[in-house]
Design a protein around this ligand. Structure first.
Ligand code: ATP
Ligand code: MG
Length: 278
């Protein structure tokens, strides 16, 4: 990979350590241990690692939802000090966070109003984002009139409509069936190619990680560190044919080989918590 200038960096995570609870206290948890990662503008980076290794914690720190115990995070050169940069970052979570008593488009308007976007732009942006995920005809529906998969597409579109340069996605497709996940993955790759957004994405699916990522950051068991970074050299938008290439299976197997020991370490720690660094 060629040298990257500081202007090309969207997110710079520097020596982040996160401890929950007082050091030495029985419930104290060292979640992240000295994590550093630079994410380039327009890059799709996936965090892959065993349950509890700190993936969501990294997203929460980058998103300014809380301040780390030590270390710094810069978003487009600005320090994140536990304050969300709502003009730069949007979140998409696993569970749909739509207000059930508002229609889809009303939910989108609220998100845009909260971010101080001009009311004259709300509906155009909402419809553009809904079109990007094939949900334009459901703008006037209430969330409970949609299937789980449709709700999650709408949830993703809401993250898109606020038009931030960075999207943080925490297992956004985890509750969906495999086929819907694959289609949404294709939509996301299209979106990346069309908008040049920077996306940090958490998943437990190896295939999803390889299909979507420019780079995969494989993490260790808790306390989470970056174990290895895998480059996936494939232009966006990606087609399902990519999954048929031998290279796709090789990358997937490489991820699994790296993760296997970490998952076993996590399972061993769950069986014998006394042996875990806390
Ligand atoms: N607010 C909190 N207070 C105390 N401990 C926390 C808090 N948030 C996370 N943790 C702990 O920090 C560790 C990392 O949690 P995190 O949610 O980041 O893991 P994760 O990699 O996202 O896991 P999963 O794949 O299961 O979602 C876990 O041991 C978790 O119990
Ligand atoms: Mg998580």
């Amino acid at each position: 990979m060629s040298a990257t200038s500081p202007n090309d960096i969207a997110i710079s995570i520097r020596n982040i350590t996160q401890r929950f609870g007082e050091e030495g206290a029985p419930d104290s948890v060292l979640a992240l241990d000295d994590v550093s990662l630079d994410i380039r503008k327009g890059e799709f980076v996936c965090l892959l690692g065993p349950s509890g290794c700190g993936k969501s914690t990294i997203l929460n720190i980058v998103g300014g939802l809380f301040r780390p115990t030590s270390g710094t995070t810069l978003v487009e050169g600005r320090s994140v000090e536990g304050t969300p940069h709502t003009d730069q970052i949007a979140f998409v979570f696993q569970e749909s966070t739509l207000f059930p008593w508002y229609t889809v488009i009303e939910n989108f308007r609220i998100a845009m109003k909260f971010r101080g976007m001009a009311a004259s732009e709300w509906d155009d942006r909402a419809m553009k984002a809904l079109k990007a995920v094939g949900m334009a005809s459901f703008a006037r529906h209430y969330p409970d009139q949609l299937s789980v998969g449709m709700r999650q597409r709408v949830n993703m579109a809401r993250g898109i409509c606020v038009e931030t340069p960075i999207l943080l996605m925490d297992e956004p497709f985890a509750a969906l069936d495999e086929q819907t996940r694959m289609v949404l993955g294709e939509d996301l790759s299209q979106l990346l190619a069309a908008t040049g957004k920077t996306i940090v994405f958490v998943t437990h699916s190896l295939a999803e990680a390889v299909f979507l990522s420019d780079r995969i950051a494989v993490m260790t068991a808790r306390p989470g560190k970056i174990k290895t970074i895998i480059d996936v050299n494939e232009a966006h938008p990606r087609s399902p044919d990519f999954m048929l290439e031998p290279r796709f299976s090789e990358l997937r197997n490489q991820c699994y080989a790296l993760l296997r020991d970490e998952i076993r370490a996590t399972m061993a720690a769950q069986r014998d918590p006394a042996g875990v660094e806390a």
